[in-house]
Every structure is written in C-alpha cells, then in structure tokens.
Design a protein around this ligand. Structure first.
Ligand SMILES: Nc1ncnc2c1ncn2[C@@H]1O[C@H](COP(=O)(O)OP(=O)(O)O)[C@@H](O)[C@H]1O
Ligand SMILES: [Mg+2]
Length: 261
C-alpha cells in the first residue's frame, strides 16, 4: 500500500519580505508534514513567523522558495481552509445567523439548505440558543465560538487558528479550549493552532511544534499522547504526563528565547 499522502506537506519553505539589504526572512527553511486527524499546536516567540506560516498554508500568501501543498495541491485561498483569528472579525451589523449565512453562501451552500447547516454549526460550538442575537449582544467568548462555526461552515479539510483565545479571560479561555478539544475530536480534518501558552498547547495538541526566533525553524516536534476521550479536563491538566509534556515544551521555548533557567 502506498504511504498515506500528508494533509499538509511543506518542503523547504522560505518566506521573505522586501528586497535587497532591507529584506526580512520571516520563515524558514521549514519542513513539515501534517497527517489527517492531527491537531498541531505551534508555539514560538513573537516574530518567529507563525502567522506567516498560517498564511502560506491558507494559500493567501506564497512562499519565496519551497512548496506548500494541501492534499497534494497548492491550497486555494478561502476554500480548502477555515481560519480563526485572535479577533472574531464578524460582521457587526448582522445577527449570528446572518454571519453564518454569509459564510455558508460563500461556501456554495444552497439557500434552502442553510438553516439546517446553521443549526448544526451552532450546536457544534455550543451556541444553539443565540442565532437571532446581534453580534454586540453576545460575549467575546461567544463571538469567538461564532468565528469557529464560521470557519467550519465550508467543511474545510483543515482548520487554522491564530492565537484565537489570547484576548479572552482565563475562565472563558479554558472553557473554549475544552470545547475545541472535543469538537475536533475524531475529526477527519486536521488543525494548526498557534499560541504563546504552553499549557494551552499541551492541552489541545496531538503534537506540539516549537519554532525558533526569526527566521522560524522547528526546534521541537513533540507528540502529545494524552487521551482525547474518557478523561475530564481537570484530570488531564492535573496528570503527571501533562506536567512532563509541559516541562519539555517550556524548556524548548525558553531555549529559543535564550532565557537562563
Ligand atoms: N507583510 C509583511 N511585510 C513585511 N514584514 C512582515 C510582513 N509580515 C510579517 N513580517 C515580518 O515577518 C516576521 C514574522 O512575522 P509573523 O509571521 O507575523 O510572526 P508571529 O506571528 O510569529 O509573531 C516579523 O519580523 C514581521 O515583522
Ligand atoms: Mg502572529
């Protein structure tokens, strides 16, 4: 049997901005393969090229050299990939349903099929009750849930999340982590999630990648063999295995920042 084709395959990807003496190499050279079902979390210092990497994978930007492939092809921006940013970036004048309708229309879902798909998406992100509310009537955490639902609207093969919980208070952030962990559990798709939080990384990931300071390169690629089901969030966060993994990631992050231990 041929080996399974990676969902994402990045080969010697370099991304530079500008030309000549003023050019900045934001990323690379980077090699990365991501397989179906993986939830990859990327941790790295500011400016290490994390957002650049996500833009390359989404197809919104191109490599300066090297290649990025999704399912063996160059990614088509806005079609193959669902993206969630730090700010929800919803249409503020629309209701939650209106925001999801716009995403479903964009994804080519027929008008008569949209209400059922909308309900399914809201259910999936734990927001069954708020479809008729306006964006300003719901909390920041709920807005970010809508942003996740919107990213899932086109049934993308890959979900990209760029520090999506960084602006939320600690308790809301933990709830969202728990829900994101279970809603992507067993998903056919993969996810790439960027964060500064080592705890968040170990909690969510099936694999953590630490990037070095600019230009970003992989300094740690660590499988996270924590159970995805049958274990409460508190048990997980309190487990010895969680502490061990957190320690390993923290050390790698500190090394990239050259902070003495
Ligand atoms: N469009 C751009 N033009 C010029 N420089 C950029 C651009 N985008 C990013 N950079 C630079 O590339 C580096 C990596 O940026 P970024 O990917 O945003 O890092 P991170 O998300 O890890 O903080 C930074 O030094 C940043 O200033
Ligand atoms: Mg960034």
């Amino acid at each position: 049997m041929p080996p399974e084709q990676p969902l994402v395959e990045i080969n010697e990807a370099v991304r530079s901005y500008g030309r000549g003496a003023g050019a900045i190499t934001a990323l690379g050279s980077l090699d990365l393969r991501l397989h179906r079902g993986e939830f990859v979390v990327i941790v790295g210092p500011s400016g290490s090229g994390k957002s650049t990497l996500l833009r390359l994978v989404s197809g919104f930007e191109h490599t300066t050299s090297g290649t990025v492939a999704l399912d063996g092809r160059p990614p088509v921006p806005g079609r193959d990939v669902g993206v969630v940013f730090q700010q929800p970036r919803l249409f503020p004048w629309r209701t939650v349903n209106g925001n999801l309708d716009a995403a479903l229309r964009w994804a080519g879902v027929r008008r008569q099929d949209r209400p059922a798909r909308r309900a399914e998406l809201l259910e999936r992100v734990g927001l069954a009750e708020v479809g008729d509310r306006h964006v300003w009537e719901i909390s920041g955490g709920q807005q970010q849930r809508v942003a996740i639902a919107r990213a899932l609207a086109g049934r993308p093969s890959l979900l990209l999340l760029d520090e999506p919980f960084a602006a939320l208070d600690a308790l809301t952030r933990e709830r969202l982590q728990e829900d994101l962990r279970s809603l992507t559990d067993g998903a056919e798709q993969g996810a790439v999630f960027v964060t500064h939080s080592v705890d968040e990384a170990v909690f969510l990931a099936t694999r953590v990648i630490v990037l070095s300071d600019r230009p970003g390169q992989v300094t740690l690629d660590l499988p996270v063999p924590l159970p995805r089901t049958g274990c409460s969030a508190d048990e997980l966060r309190g487990s010895a295995e969680f502490a061990r993994l957190r320690g390993e990631v923290s050390t790698a992050v500190r090394d990239t920042l050259n902070i003495p231990v």
